[in-house]
Design a protein around this ligand. Sequence first.
Ligand SMILES: [Fe+2]
Length: 415
Amino acid sequence: MINYPEALKNAAKSMVRFKNPDNLLRMIVRFIAKEIGLTHASILVFDTVRQRYTFIDSRGESKLPVHLIRIDSDHPLILSFMGKGKKPHLYKDALLLSHLEKFVESKESSRGIKIKKVFDSMKSIKASVCVPSFYQGELLGVLILGEKKDRDDFTHEELSFFHTLASDAAMTIKNTEFQSQLIDRNRQLEEKLAEIKRLRKKEQETYFQIMLSLAREVREKDDSTFGHLEAVEKLGLMTAEELGIDLSGKKRDILIAGLRLHDVGKIGIPDSILKKEDKLTPEEWLIMKQHVDKGVKILEPLTDFKDVVEIVRCHHEFYNGKGYPRGLKGSEIPIESSIVSVVDAFHAMISTRCYKKGFSLEYALGELNANSGEQFHPKVVEAFISALKKNMYGYYKSRISEERQIQHEEKPNTI
Ligand SMILES: [Fe+2]
């Protein structure tokens, strides 16, 4: 004799365990067929993809050929559970073959004909009881049970047990469905976020490339110095390495971007000032100084390169606090900005422009030393000269010697 309340409690516990509702339903069918002693126990479940009911499993000596039976949504068996109002053909909300027999006799009426079809369907699948599995008015499945092996009628307790089991199973199916929908939605959301991230990164890279081209154009327009940006990059990296600055990960790219993009704001300075060969007037100097803020504004959309913006913002700050735009001093200035400041000034001094010949190497280094601790960070000047002597002194010495050098008495404008 089965202890039904205990069996239900155990079944409820098992339901929590099953992640795949099909496995849960198979467990129910197995349990009913074996423990209650039925000729077969089968379960029909609504297939949301095919929009029809299919058998998940059938157990027992008279088990059904589950793959061969198809039950459409408008099948009389399914429709017999649907609709509002009283359904006298149901017995305790289930289809009971013995109960249906009473209605089959009056088959002349349209209801009688429908019930006869249900009756015949039940016979064809050797069903004595069909218990619906509802969730919020939605018929998710039907528990189809054969005869008891001892040919006894089903008791009220057994019918009520099947009913509770079917309802609990429906709820579990739905919960699992909700969970998998939730997992699906989360996955879709994650995919979308990854796509947005990828697009944003691509956008940033594209913007960065545009900025590099722009910086090159500005520089060429400014002084026609071939290879200035490449040289500044090389000298800057060399100095950073000499200083022992950590260039791992993105830090190297950030320094390179700062070295290349520091004067990009000059795109907003009129040619009449930018290309002026004579000394700038105080008013023109004020306009020229605006290239820092203009550069910051241009680069601000590069949110992946916030540190680059900061390097650009500070590349005209002086170590002694007399630079612009904010008058920062000493350690308030990012070391990368101090590097930009030294190597850009050095390369500008030794370069021949359309309106002046380049200064000698000794003169340029002398200027850096003379301004060390004033305009330039002393440690950066020291590291730069040391690295230059180790790596590139010979190169610059011979390159400059090839050009006709003239010693300018006048101190150059380092912008
Ligand atoms: Fe500048």
